[in-house]
Design a protein around this ligand. Structure first.
Ligand code: ATP
Ligand code: MG
Length: 258
């Protein structure tokens, strides 16, 4: 469904060209929960932002359902963007608007009538379990509740693809689990394709069907999560798995000490 071919992106930093993506090739099928992991600076966010053309690649193709989105004109891009939503680590809610207004916002931009917006906002708040928070302002919500509002807003226009940039990194483990369960539910119920970038191995472990590992602007391994995790090849993945195991050993020790 999404095919990325030889994608390159550089930034000009202090007059010098710095390559953030050095030729990415990747296929993401419809309905997958696709995790992208890698250390800080590996190029994960840049890659994700290329998928909705928030970042314009220098070279390469991004073919979504047969069409190269890098060739889209403004009108085509506007249409395409309705199918792709994004959620972020720090939620990016409108702080001066209540929950209802935040969720209604993309529907208002899309020009829907008041009655439809009203019905749809209620439906979306029910999906994310926030029916009783319509009139609250973001500052009165917990992190998990804020991310639920962001998810409701992201779903407003019935997207086919949800991009998640460290969407659970600011949340505690229990809230993270609840948000991941919600994402998995959306994937199952609506066939939503989810592309998720994270530092957290537990997140990948919990919901991803497939995973790609990035190092220095390149994909260094990719495949089904279980297969990739069972025989890690890259330095990054070996290190990530080791630190995850050390965490488990630490917990074991702690339990024994108690
Ligand atoms: N707007 C920008 N201008 C200049 N350089 C940038 C810009 N955005 C990213 N970069 C550089 O591109 C590289 C990749 O950055 P990116 O944000 O994609 O990494 P990341 O894997 O998402 O890292 P993190 O895990 O810290 O979020 C980094 O070297 C970064 O400094
Ligand atoms: Mg990032």
């Amino acid at each position: 469904m999404i095919e990325i071919k030889n994608l390159k992106k550089s930034y000009l930093v202090n007059g010098k060209n710095s390559e953030a993506l050095k030729g990415i090739n990747l296929k993401i099928e419809k309905g997958q929960v696709f995790g992208i992991i890698g250390k800080s600076g590996a190029g994960k966010s840049t890659l994700l932002r290329c998928l909705n053309l928030l970042e314009i690649p220098d070279e390469g193709q991004i073919i979504v359902e047969g069409e190269d989105i890098t060739k889209f004109n403004k009108r085509e891009l506007r249409e395409y963007r309705k199918n792709v939503s994004m959620i972020f680590q720090h939620f990016n809610l409108l702080s001066n608007s209540n929950v209802y207004k935040n969720v209604a916002f993309p529907l208002e931009i899309a020009g829907y009538k008041r009655e439809y917006i009203d019905k749809r906002v209620k439906e979306l708040l029910e999906i994310v379990g926030l029916e009783d928070k319509e009139r609250e302002y973001p500052s009165n919500l917990s992190g998990g509740q804020k991310q639920r509002v962001a998810i409701a807003r992201a779903l407003a226009n019935n997207p086919k693809i949800l991009l998640c940039d460290e969407a659970t990194s600011a949340l505690d483990p229990l809230t993270t689990k609840q948000i991941l369960d919600l994402l998995l539910h959306l994937n199952n119920k609506f066939g939503l394709t989810i592309v998720l970038i994270t530092h957290e191995m537990d997140v990948v472990e919990r919901i991803c069907s497939h995973v790609a590992v990035m190092e220095n602007g390149l994909i260094v391994e990719v495949g089904k999560k279980d297969e990739v995790f069972n025989s890690p090849k890259s330095k990054t993945l070996k290190q990530f798995l080791r630190s995850q195991n050390e965490g488990v050993i630490y917990l074991d020790l702690k339990e024994k000490a108690m």
